[in-house]
Design a protein around this ligand. Structure first.
Ligand SMILES: Nc1ncnc2c1ncn2[C@@H]1O[C@H](COP(=O)(O)OP(=O)(O)OP(=O)(O)O)[C@@H](O)[C@H]1O
Ligand SMILES: [Mg+2]
Length: 257
């Protein structure tokens, strides 16, 4: 059975798109057949993070009845399949969100893992993304408002029959996170499966339209995201070798000639 994982939150801007994109790419590099669909139809930005904007056919066309799903599936970084939502305001007007469920059903036949980059909040397309999934990856920032809003999303998901795969605490800066992690688990009644640090490489990568796991694979955020992907995929996490040559290895290389 295809796994459908929705990456969702209560509050906006917590890091859902960054996490959905980068775990999708990592799982795909681990040999999984993964599709990421931008379910944030109104505020699509998965394609921007991946540097894949301007695709001729997007989910907007499919939801307007103008194209088939197959035409809107593209191969992205690391071999992951991407369904971009499209960022045109004009295109957005023609979209019928009620068609999203059928689109998701037809993608299921074509992939092993479907990752949904959900919109924030609990509007219609957010509910569809929660209801269509069988697993919820709940993203929160270590702030009380983000966590309480996350709780609402988790409760709605569970009422819709979607079980919590885990909580991801993103943009962590404090060193006292161990305590905060316990508090978060107590409030949300779930397990924290990843703690991702605040990392300037994430924003830099986004600005270049390059996923952080590829652009800066050894940055702290990329490592945490890759560990999370390995956990989700049930594969062993392996540290990548530092691409940069250290002073000692350079010295040895020169003198061993
Ligand atoms: N670990 C991190 N360190 C630093 N910046 C981060 C981190 N995670 C995300 N960001 C930045 O936070 C911003 C929001 O991230 P993102 O777009 O992934 O959030 P979102 O939850 O998808 O937002 P929305 O609800 O609007 O869809 C981006 O500018 C991103 O680069
Ligand atoms: Mg987003």
């Amino acid at each position: 059975m295809t796994r459908i994982i929705t990456v969702a939150s209560g509050k906006g801007g917590v890091g859902k798109t960054v996490i959905a994109a980068n775990i999708g790419i990592t799982l795909s590099m681990y040999g999984k057949d993964v599709t990421i669909l931008d379910a944030d139809i109104a505020m699509a930005n998965l394609e921007l993070i991946l540097g894949m904007e301007g695709m001729p056919v997007t989910l907007q066309h499919v939801l307007a009845g103008e194209a088939s799903v197959d035409e809107a599936i593209y191969t992205g970084p690391g071999g992951v399949k991407i369904v971009p939502a499209g960022i045109s305001l004009e295109g957005l007007r023609k979209v019928n969100p009620d068609l999203l469920e059928n689109v998701l059903l037809s993608i299921l036949e074509r992939t092993e893992i479907l990752i949904l980059d959900a919109p924030a909040g609990l509007e219609k397309s957010a509910i569809i993304a929660l209801a269509s999934a069988n697993e919820l990856l709940l993203v929160v920032n270590p702030e009380i408002s983000s966590i309480t809003d996350g709780l609402k999303t988790k409760m709605v998901a569970e009422r819709l029959g979607t079980k919590l795969l885990g909580i991801v605490v993103n943009r962590v800066t404090s060193s006292g996170i161990e305590m905060a992690k316990k508090e978060i688990e107590a409030i949300l009644e779930g397990r924290v499966v990843a703690v991702i640090p605040e990392d300037p490489e994430v924003r830099k990568s986004a600005a270049f339209g390059q996923p952080v796991v590829l652009r800066s694979p050894n940055s702290p955020a990329a490592k945490a995201i890759k560990k999370l992907a390995a956990k989700i995929g049930g594969v062993e996490y392996r540290e990548e070798k530092e691409a940069k040559e250290t002073a000692i290895s350079r010295f040895l290389r020169i003198f061993r000639r």
